[in-house]
Design a protein around this ligand. Structure first.
Ligand SMILES: *Cc1c(COP(=O)(O)O)cnc(C)c1O
Length: 362
């Protein structure tokens, strides 16, 4: 038998066979591991989703026109330069496919979103992770990492798993000093949670330059992870290029209509943001009081660090799992003594805090 071998770049990422369909993955009663919204989506989004049912014999709108219109209006953007995708992850993949050729270097923060590395490897590119100061991106280190071969920079702002952010003045300085042939991708998946005055996701830079794109998602604040809706604001030329990659009907009808309704339900969005902000502060205070280090967060999750090292982290993680609480491992990021914890409902957060207190009293 002849083995069918994928191209060498795809092969550069290690993989495993899919588990059988009947493999039961342990479900935890409290899951705080994936930065998801703990609440169901807004009633208006759910109603729009249900109304789409009888129309499912038809293909969806090719360009997610209604959703683009709603987004354009809400954010004051030119809707011909908004592109919707099946989650923003799909756009991150498109951007890599379109702009990274074998041998091209791609810069991203060392503790930036793992997907960047994955995509760059599969494109035959050279990943260039850049160090951070205390999990905060330092623009000078990024500029120092630029070479003639750099083609793209991915910057998750705020960052995942760090939950820290770069102020807008620094983002503007970065764009100004990055060579203009480098595409700057601002991945603003958590922008909806940020209340700091000096933060801006960068839409104006997209208007001002032809080499900046901003990606957003409805998976986090809007609680629609399961529907897969992301959107990107981008310069006209890049939009034209990516339309080729977008393929046929990448965003389903229920996703388009529920997404539009979710964006319009500002009251629900505000409720989620306020809940998250309140609990992030509370979780930070309570967990710090136990002697665990918490990186200051502007998102709906926190990155925590165990001063006693990897074994302490493992023990706490196991203890939480015994209590049916699942939190995020960040071993993939080589953060061996850290955990990432999403803010849940009041009940879930209280259970987490009580479990941690119980562990430390032992
Ligand atoms: C969650 C997340 C995304 C988006 O995920 P989608 O569900 O594909 O929209 C993108 N970037 C970062 C940094 C994230 O944490």
């Amino acid at each position: 038998m002849t083995e069918i071998i994928p191209n060498e770049y795809i092969n550069s990422v290690p993989g495993q066979p899919q588990p059988p369909a009947d493999t039961i993955k342990k479900k935890y009663k409290i899951d705080l591991s994936l930065n998801e919204n703990a609440f169901p989506p807004s009633d208006k989004a759910l109603a729009a989703y249900n109304n789409a049912g009888p129309t499912l014999n038809r293909y969806p709108n090719y360009t997610s026109a209604e959703l683009r219109g709603v987004l354009g209006k809400k954010f004051g953007l030119d809707d011909t330069r908004i592109m919707c995708t099946a989650g923003s992850e799909q756009m991150l993949s498109f951007l890599t496919r379109a702009y990274v050729a074998p041998g091209d270097e791609v810069i991203y923060p060392r503790y930036g979103f793992m997907i960047y590395w994955f995509n760059v490897m599969m494109a035959g590119g050279v990943p260039v992770p850049v160090d951070q100061d205390d999990f905060v991106v330092n623009v000078d280190y990024i500029l120092d990492a630029v070479t003639d071969k750099t083609r793209v920079m991915f910057l998750d702002n705020p960052g995942n798993p760090t939950a820290t952010y770069v102020p807008y003045e620094e983002i503007k300085r970065l764009r100004k000093h990055l060579p203009q042939h480098i595409l700057l991708v601002l991945d603003a998946a958590y922008a909806d949670f940020v209340t700091q005055d000096d933060y801006n996701c960068g839409f104006e830079l997209v208007d001002q330059y032809d080499n900046v794109v901003v990606t957003r998602t409805l998976s986090k604040l809007y609680g629609l992870s399961g529907l897969r809706i992301g959107w990107t604001y981008l310069p006209e030329k890049i939009a034209t290029t990516l339309l080729h990659l977008k393929g046929g009907f990448n965003v389903s009808t229920p996703a388009q209509v529920a997404g539009a309704a979710a964006i319009l339900d500002e009251e629900h969005a505000l409720m989620i943001r306020n809940h998250s902000e309140k609990w992030i502060k509370h979780l930070t205070d309570e967990i710090s009081a136990l002697g665990i280090i918490v990186t200051p967060s502007v998102c709906n999750f926190i990155l925590i660090h165990f001063p006693d090292g990897r074994d302490a982290m493992k023990e706490v993680d196991s203890f939480l799992k015994e209590k049916d609480i699942n939190v995020g491992s960040v071993g993939m990021y080589k953060l061996d003594s850290s955990l990432r914890i999403t803010a849940g409902t009041e009940e879930e957060n209280t259970a987490l805090i009580n479990a941690l207190k119980e562990y430390y009293k032992k």
